[in-house]
Design a protein around this ligand. Structure first.
Ligand code: ARG
Length: 581
């Protein structure tokens, strides 16, 4: 794109590259000038150290030569060499003014679209049929949904895949139980959230009633044999579960749609052929009756090679075989360039091994990136897996209900709000609290669920961002009739404005960072820093009571830009931004 907005960091990096070429010859111009944020100045360029090493010259001398060659008077207010050869840069307000004006006029707020748009297949949520979604499904939903939003905003073609567990031996007992209850007509209730009870009842009968267990086993055989009445009952169960999942997605504001569901059963037809293919090409071998691929580098504690089991010794196919078929499908049929799996860290080894096996088999081309986006667990206050009081796994629905109740209790004193607005706000606040806590924690680590901390209106929380944004909305509602927001009015003067400006111009980098690293907490930190910088700015720099019309117009425009960046940033996190709170 010709008119993409260059961030100060990018602009300065280019100028330094030119300076390197000028001072030391074009052969060094390709090096990364290492322009970073700095706590001493606006930015610092750290290239003099590595350049010094390459040229065998003292870094400070190199830095001095760079400054003499640097043509950046239009950007920089001050350039200083510090320590061993850091170059500290303070940017000119006039330069920032121009950039801020363009950013406010830009629909994308300065976020670049990827120069190489890809097809990214994202496997996330992926619950199991006939079981209710529980607290363990929170992270794959929330993290996965943030990533698809960021990737799509960055210009990629995103294909969501809800790889539900809709096949396997439990369906024998589930179908028999359904028949005992009176058949397909009973299933409509299941979508209302009785799935767990249904599953447990079936399990109990299976464990205690031998004739039932035998019927269930026969039913598995019919199911696998493609018996049409059996498949019909199976479909009823899958459909009921899918509706139940879809309700939870809707409540969570997760963008997964029914048409994104492609469950394990979808891959059944491919499995015998995959087994044949792998065996005939010598990629898989039979060991103790099972057909296995041994991807190089995977060993157990005894040093023996670990298998990816393609076909079990009883002739059945399992989880790994299905994932091999899914990898092939995603690379070859969906034409994914990047295949992401947002699944908990305990499955890290499984994914590493099926990725390696799929590559070995040539199912996934070399240019295709496969990534397991793992994450830690959600823990209760006791640092153990979250449970209900009775010791059961906590259903996601119960968790969402509790969040809503707690948020509502905090809004108790808000006599200014009609009851239904209070409920809507409680829903919004509690979702923001839950999602933000999840996304702002380092993905790989566990985190402890603490309602009070999560729902707090102050501190690094979702509600804090929402309130900050709503306060900006309320300021902007107070503009005079006819007073317009003019992007060209921006004139940075005060230090706090300068700090805010730098952050506003860093939104693109924050988004691009998540696109590359798949770490949403980077966007969270950025937004929190931005909201805090706005509040510091606002304390020192009155907006509506600014001393002059010029400074009012400038600050109004800065307020609007901050608001828009916050709204867009929260949208990427999947958090809504109410205009009134
Ligand atoms: N249903 C699985 C589970 O609950 C997650 C599926 C993840 N995706 C995959 N392609 N294996 O553990």
């Amino acid at each position: 794109m010709t008119d993409a907005i260059q961030s100060p960091q990018q602009e300065l990096a280019q100028r330094f590259q030119q300076a390197v070429a000028k001072a030391f010859g074009p052969e060094h111009a390709g090096m990364d000038p290492l322009v970073r944020r700095s706590d001493r100045a606006d930015l610092q360029a750290n290239l003099a150290m590595s350049l010094g090493k390459a040229l065998k010259k003292p870094p400070r001398e190199v830095a001095q030569a760079l400054l003499s060659a640097l043509d950046a008077a239009d950007l920089c207010e001050k350039l200083e060499i510090a320590g061993p050869g850091f170059i500290n840069v303070t940017l000119k307000n006039e330069y920032l003014n121009g950039l801020l004006t363009r950013t406010l006029g830009d629909e994308r707020l300065g976020v670049p679209t990827s120069p190489e748009p890809q097809t990214v297949v994202v496997d996330y949520a992926s619950p199991n049929v006939a079981k209710e979604m529980h607290v363990g499904h929170l992270r794959p939903c929330v993290i996965g949904d943030c990533l698809v939003r960021v990737l799509a905003f960055a210009g990629h073609r995103v294909i969501r895949q809800n790889h539900i567990g809709d096949w396997g031996t439990p369906f024998g007992m589930l179908i028999e139980h359904l028949l005992d209850l009176g058949g397909a007509d009973q299933a409509s209730e299941l979508s209302l959230g009785e799935l767990d009870a249904f599953y447990k009842a079936a399990r109990k009968k299976f464990d205690s009633d031998e004739t039932f267990a035998e019927r269930a086993r026969q039913r598995v055989v019919s199911l696998q044999g493609g018996d049409e009445p059996t498949l019909g009952l199976w479909r009823v169960l899958v459909e009921a579960s899918t509706q139940n999942f879809q309700k939870i997605f809707a409540r969570l504001g997760v963008t997964m749609q029914p048409q994104d569901t492609r469950g394990e059963s979808f891959y059944n037809v491919f499995l015998p052929e995959i087994a044949h293919d792998l065996q005939s090409r010598g990629i898989a071998q039979v060991q103790e009756g099972a057909l296995c691929v041994f991807p190089p580098g995977f060993k157990n504690r005894e040093g023996e090679p670990l298998p990816v089991i393609v076909r079990k010794s009883d002739g059945g196919f399992g989880y790994a075989a299905t994932d091999l078929a899914a990898l092939r499908f995603r690379a070859q049929e969906l034409r994914g360039d990047r295949l992401l799996y947002v699944v908990g860290s305990p499955q890290a080894q499984h994914f590493a091994m099926v990725f390696a096996a799929a590559r070995l088999a040539g199912y996934v081309g070399e240019h295709v990136r496969t990534e397991h986006v793992g994450f830690g667990s959600v823990l209760g206050q006791d640092r153990k897996m979250m449970k209900t009081r009775s010791g059961d796994t906590l259903r996601l629905l119960e968790l969402l209900d509790e969040g809503k109740e707690r948020a509502l209790a905090e809004l108790n004193e808000r006599a200014d709000l009609p009851a239904e607005d209070r409920v809507a706000l409680a829903v919004s606040l509690s979702l923001a609290a839950i999602k933000y806590t999840d996304l702002s924690s380092d993905r790989i680590k566990d985190y402890v669920f603490d309602w009070d901390r999560m729902l707090a209106a102050e501190g690094n929380t979702g509600p804090y961002l929402q309130y900050a944004q709503a306060r900006q909305c309320s300021m902007l509602r107070k503009l005079e009739p006819g007073e317009v927001i003019d992007p060209a009015a921006i004139r940075i003067q005060h230090d706090r404005e300068h700090t805010l400006a730098l952050l506003l111009l860093g939104f693109g980098a924050a988004v691009t960072d998540v696109e590359a690293s798949l770490e949403p907490h980077k966007l969270c930190s950025y937004l929190y820093e931005l909201a805090s910088a706005f509040s510091s700015f606002y304390q020192e720099c009155p907006v509506l009571k600014a001393g002059t019309a010029e400074s009012r117009a400038s600050r109004v425009a800065l307020t609007e830009l901050t608001r828009r960046v916050l709204v867009q940033g929260m949208q990427l996190l999947g958090i809504d931004a109410p205009a009134r709170m």
